[in-house]
Design a protein around this ligand. Structure first.
Ligand SMILES: [Ca+2]
Ligand SMILES: [Ca+2]
Length: 417
């Protein structure tokens, strides 16, 4: 009796201690591509004809006709074996039939695995061969226990590249309440390591570790908080997509953010007493900065906005112009591969320079009925740029060629690439 009484008192005390704190909120696992716009890494695995020492082959696998590789999810390495079906002489016809063995439960063995069969194989132009595997279901060990993780795999085999590239096909989603307001919260594994709590960090060039499909620049996982209708499939960076950091701005207030490594729960705790400084973007430019402390956006061009003290990088820069026919034109640079770094100190303002290279937008009326838009953007490496009219991808300009006599006229639709 005494023992159980003691336990009851302890539980009651714990409950009282937790009552004032924010609780974990649960999200649901979803398969598929989280259709919002963000840079994502794929997990690249180099393939070689030589198996690693000690690898036990699944029954019936002939090492002489196989390619071997090793990847890593969380802190666990895993083996893959790729066996190509005999090549079909007719190029670029979907054939399939390639076999992929992958250590889906990350137990260090392939002997317990069934092969996954490719949906299609393409030989394009002879030198390179590509194949595609849907629905690769992994079990990733996380702090919270084994966690489901769905991928798609694609291989590229050729003279200068022998690689298997794994692309996450999963995310977490669910309703959360922050400061009394309901949001839809989504999490995505932006760095393709099977975990959802990787803080935003800078990786100047880790393509050797992550394979040539990896993005350089800012790396980490993504959180998205929305209240209104879904804008999935947007071709532009939206300020509601943020890189995971220690803090997050929601409902006009700052919260400490905790994401479980398996992605199944999130927790938002008011962070009123955190040390902050301010950031100011270049004139006429709305900027977003991101770092291990979180992702923060100024609401208006050139606005001074508050962020927790720490190191940040320029994640996106946007310029907007209205023409005199009330169209809104926008250019945006997102995730430049050599992002600008800034240090925010307590009570001080860090100035952000315009993004490197060209970033110009003008819109003016040149003749009645015509608006002239001039823009120049320069993005190096893997950075992304978008050019929008009224929030939509604008059609390319049309080039008219007419001779002086007016007897010859031709038009060409130019594209943006
Ligand atoms: Ca296994
Ligand atoms: Ca991750």
């Amino acid at each position: 009796m005494t023992r159980s009484g003691g336990i009851a008192i302890l539980l009651a005390l714990l409950w009282t201690a937790c009552a004032g704190a924010q609780q974990e909120q649960f999200l649901q696992y979803r398969t598929g591509y989280p259709g919002w716009y963000m840079p994502r890494a794929n997990l690249g695995i180099e393939l070689s004809p030589t198996p690693r020492a000690g690898l036990e082959l699944p029954a019936g696998v002939d090492a002489a006709s196989a390619l071997f590789g090793e990847g890593k999810l969380g802190s666990t390495s895993f083996d893959v074996i790729l066996i190509l079906a005999p090549a079909k002489p007719a190029a670029s016809q979907p054939a399939g039939g390639d076999k992929l063995y992958i250590d889906t439960n990350l137990d260090g063995k392939l002997a317990d695995e069934k092969p996954i069969i490719s949906d299609s194989t393409q030989n394009t132009g002879g030198d390179y061969r590509y194949g595609f595997f849907k629905n690769v279901g992994m079990k990733v060990p996380t702090k919270e226990g084994p966690s489901r993780y769905d991928l798609q795999a694609q291989y590229t085999i050729g003279p200068r590249q022998n690689q298997l590239s794994l692309r996450p096909q999963c995310f977490y989603e669910g309703p959360v309440t922050i400061g009394g307001k309901r949001f839809t919260c989504r999490l995505a594994d932006g760095d393709a390591n099977g975990l959802y709590n990787d803080l935003c960090n800078i990786a100047p060039d880790d393509s050797a570790a992550m394979g040539p499909f990896a993005r350089q620049g800012l790396r980490g996982d993504f959180i998205r908080l929305t209240t209104g209708p879904d804008s999935d499939g947007s071709s532009t960076f939206s300020p509601d997509v943020r890189m995971v950091g220690r803090y997050i701005q929601a409902n006009g207030a700052l919260y400490a953010l905790e994401v479980a490594s398996d992605g199944a729960t999130v927790k938002f705790t008011p962070a009123d007493s955190v040390a902050t400084g301010t950031v100011q973007g270049p004139e006429e430019t709305v900027i977003t900065v991101a770092g291990p402390e979180g992702t923060f956006t100024g609401g208006k061009p050139g606005e001074v906005f508050t962020v927790p003290v720490g190191r940040y990088h320029l994640l996106s820069a946007t310029k907007t112009r209205k023409d005199d026919q009330s169209h809104t034109w926008q250019i945006q640079i997102y995730d430049p591969s050599s992002p600008q770094m800034l240090e925010v100190k307590a009570g001080e303002t860090a100035q952000v320079k315009p993004p490197s290279g060209r970033f110009e937008l003008t819109a003016y009326r040149s003749q009645p009925g015509q608006v002239e838009i001039r823009f120049a953007m320069q993005v190096d490496g893997n950075g992304m740029a978008s050019y929008l009219r009224d929030g939509q991808t604008a059609p390319g300009p049309i080039m008219h060629i007419t001779n002086a006599e007016g007897t010859y006229h031709t038009t060409h639709q130019l594209g943006f690439g």
